[in-house]
Design a protein around this ligand. Structure first.
Ligand code: PLP
Length: 382
């Protein structure tokens, strides 16, 4: 038997998807547990979204649709981009099956084998593997709690080589909960311009920003080299609908479209009808959900006591300092002995050693009970 492609051996399973699956199986077996692994809101999607999907099915939106995405949806998205300071049009946007596929397609379109992509850990588990699947090499520019997970310009510049093709940015950040200041984004954009690099700006947590200042979009500063990725998954609690989108400088759009046409073809029309309804009839939904999660940051601080929960500036993740303990061993033991499920920090890069990620997108009683156990465990096992 011929072996499979060598690049498959360079990538692993998604640590968070794997963990969430374990929790699902244990729960189905009747085991009571506290689950803080999930990267999704615990709210249900907005009523108008569900109604629009049902109406879409009844109206026969059940056939192949426009490969780029429903025109009305792309127009509404283009309008939204203006609010981010990105002047674009519906022709520069492709609706994708989730933001993940948008990032996957972007790396496939931009990277040749051996090219390098700068990632800024602790960062989302999938960036490095998506880069590897494109034949590229992820280069880590680590950040730390002391700097509130802002990248350092000197370290960033040192990481750039003739093979560097792109930089991945993510505000608000999964897993750290950081939201960079405009100066930090300006610095990254400036460095990218100087070295003629692309930037893939992942804004899927944009709705969850507790800093009081707008989430800085790189595309507003360097539109000619920035690919902006968004999603309905988190903003509208629509993770299972699989709707994201990508906005790119015009020359790149046909390349992304080839990938869409030769892989997924298009998104279901009835699902896109739901996404359109989210923009037209559920504008307040993300605002209310974000206010709720922001209020939970106080619960996180209270329950963790003197443990550092990370910046808590956005998204719905605490990146908790477990006082020098090994993150995998700690997470395993916490699950085995306390039935509290968290993600080990090293899943997000070696810079995450000594930390665990807690998703506080959970009901308050569960959060209080689980975090109290976690805090006690750090003290007892440290
Ligand atoms: C940072 C980040 N980017 C992108 C995604 C992709 O989300 P989706 O494919 O559901 O839009 C996720 C999902 O967890 C994420 O955490």
């Amino acid at each position: 038997m011929n072996p499979w492609a060598q690049r498959m051996d360079r990538v692993g399973f998604s640590a968070t998807v794997k963990m969430a699956q374990q929790v699902r199986e244990d729960r189905a077996a009747g085991i009571e547990l506290f689950d803080f692994t999930v990267g999704e809101p615990h709210w249900n999607p907005p009523g108008p979204v569900v109604a629009a999907v049902k109406a879409g099915l009844d109206a026969g939106l059940t056939r192949y649709s426009d490969s780029k995405g429903m025109p009305a949806l792309r127009k509404a998205l283009a309008q939204d981009f203006k609010g981010r300071g990105i002047d674009t049009d519906d022709g520069s946007i492709i609706v994708t099956p989730g933001g993940k596929q948008a990032i996957y397609m972007t790396c496939q379109a931009l990277m040749d084998p051996g090219d390098e992509a700068i990632v800024i850990p602790p960062c989302w588990v999938s960036y490095a593997d998506i880069v590897k699947l494109a034949g590229g090499n992820p280069i880590e520019v680590n950040t730390n709690a002391r700097d509130k997970y802002r990248p350092n310009e000197t370290t960033l510049r040192k990481a750039i080589t003739p093979r560097t093709k792109l930089i991945m940015t993510n505000n608000p950040s999964n897993p750290t909960g950081a939201v960079w200041e405009p100066e930090v984004v300006e610095m990254v954009a400036r460095v990218a311009k100087e070295h003629d690099l692309w930037i893939v700006d992942d804004l899927v947590y944009e709705a969850f920003n507790y800093t009081g200042r707008p989430v800085p979009a790189v595309g507003a500063l360097a539109p000619e080299r920035t690919v902006t990725v968004g999603s309905f998954s988190k903003s509208h609690a629509m993770t299972g609908f699989r709707v994201g989108y990508v906005q790119a400088p015009q020359p790149l759009v046909p390349q992304l479209l080839k990938l869409q046409q030769q892989s997924v073809t298009c998104l279901p029309g009835f699902v896109q009808a739901g996404a359109l309804a989210a923009l037209e009839h559920a504008r307040q939904f993300p605002v209310e959900m974000a206010a709720h999660y922001q209020s939970l940051t106080a619960v996180v601080r209270e329950c963790l006591g003197d443990l550092d929960p990370g910046p808590l500036e956005g998204a719905f993740y605490a990146f908790v300092d477990i006082k020098g303990q090994d993150s995998v061993a700690f997470a395993d033991r916490l699950y085995a002995e306390q039935r509290v499920a968290v993600v080990p920090g090293v899943a997000f890069g070696s810079a995450g050693q000594g930390y665990v990620r807690v998703s506080y997108a959970a009901d308050e009683a569960t959060l209080r009970a689980g975090l109290t156990r976690l805090a006690a465990a750090v003290q007892a096992w440290g």
